[in-house]
Design a protein around this ligand. Structure first.
Ligand code: ZN
Length: 261
C-alpha cells in the first residue's frame, strides 16, 4: 500500500520575493513533493494557503496519512477552523511533519501547548546536523553528520515540551546549537519537527534533507490510525460496568448523557 503524503505550503514568499522565487520557481511545496516522490511508495499531493479551505478539506485530510507543513509569513492567515480540523486528524493518527519556520505555526503551537520560540539569525551560516540517534528510523541511511552550506541559525533555548526523541542536534558557524530533529506523539499521531528549510537557501534540493523527509514520512505513518477517535468521551452506564456494581451517592448526569466540554 502506498503512503499518502500531503505537502502543505504557505506559498507566499515564492510569489512575492524575487530571491525565493528564483530558488523555488515552482514553489517550496512542489520541490518538497519532488523529494518525496523519489520513494516510489510515497504518493504525494500538495495544498496551499490560497486554495479553498487552504487545500485541506475533510476529504483531503481523510486521504492523508502524513501531512507536511511549511509556513512562515502568513501563520496568522490560517483559518482556526482548519487548524482544529488538522489537529483532530493528528489525534486520530495522521502523521505531521513540521518544517523550519513552522515552529510558529498555529497547528504546531496548539499541539505543543508551549510558545515554541527560539533564537534566530539570518546570516547564511554553515549548519552541521549531527545524527544523535543513529538507530532511529528517521536517520536511516544518513552519515554521522552532514552539512548545509547556508542555513538560518535557529538557537536554543527552543521552548517546546521535552520531546519523545531527539534525532538531530545542529551546530551553526556562529557557535549556536539547536535540537533540530524532534519527535512527539499527540493522540495517535506521530509528529516530527525538522529545522532546516529557510526559503532563501536551496535546502530542499539537498540529498540528505530529502532522505530525512522520506524517512520521516515512513516513520510518521501510523498504520493503526483511524480506529478510534481519542476525543470521544463515552459515558458508561452503571449496568454496563465490567463487574456488577450498585450505584451509590447522588449524581449529576443521566445515563447516556453527553459529557460537558
Ligand atoms: Zn527561515
Amino acid at each position: 500500500m502506498k503512503l499518502r503524503a500531503t505537502v502543505w505550503g504557505e506559498n507566499v514568499h515564492e510569489t512575492t520575493n524575487q530571491i525565493v522565487s528564483e530558488v523555488y520557481p515552482e514553489g517550496m511545496h512542489n520541490q518538497i513533493a519532488k523529494m518525496l516522490k523519489l520513494d516510489g511508495d510515497i504518493e504525494t499531493r500538495t495544498a496551499t494557503l490560497q486554495q479553498d479551505e487552504h487545500g485541506l478539506s475533510d476529504e483531503v485530510l481523510a486521504n492523508t496519512d502524513v501531512l507536511l507543513w511549511w509556513g512562515h509569513a502568513a501563520h496568522g492567515d490560517v483559518d482556526d477552523a482548519i487548524v482544529e480540523r488538522v489537529m483532530r486528524r493528528v489525534w486520530q493518527g495522521m502523521g505531521l511533519i513540521v518544517l523550519h519556520s513552522g515552529h510558529f505555526s498555529k497547528i504546531f503551537k496548539r499541539l505543543m501547548g508551549t510558545p515554541c520560540a527560539l533564537k534566530w539569525r539570518e546570516a547564511g551560516e554553515r549548519e552541521r546536523i549531527w545524527v544523535v540517534n543513529p538507530s532511529h528510523p528517521i536517520a536511516k541511511g544518513l552519515p554521522e553528520h552532514f552539512e548545509l552550506e547556508n542555513e538560518e541559525m535557529y538557537g536554543e533555548p527552543f521552548s517546546v515540551p521535552e520531546p519523545l526523541e531527539t534525532v538531530f542536534i545542529s551546530w551553526y558557524q556562529g557557535g549556536d546549537v539547536f535540537r533540530s530533529g524532534l519527535t512527539y506523539r499527540r493522540g495517535a499521531g506521530n509528529i516530527f519537527y525538522f529545522q532546516p528549510g529557510h526559503e532563501t537557501y536551496p535546502t530542499y534540493y539537498d540529498q540528505n534533507v530529502g532522505t530525512v523527509l522520506r524517512n520521516a514520512v515512513r516513520w510518521a505513518h501510523n498504520e493503526e490510525a483511524h480506529a478510534n477517535d481519542p476525543s470521544d468521551a463515552p459515558n458508561v452506564p452503571v449496568g454496563e460496568a465490567l463487574e456488577p456494581i450498585k450505584e451509590r451517592g447522588p449524581r449529576l448526569h443521566k445515563d447516556g448523557e453527553e459529557g460537558l466540554r
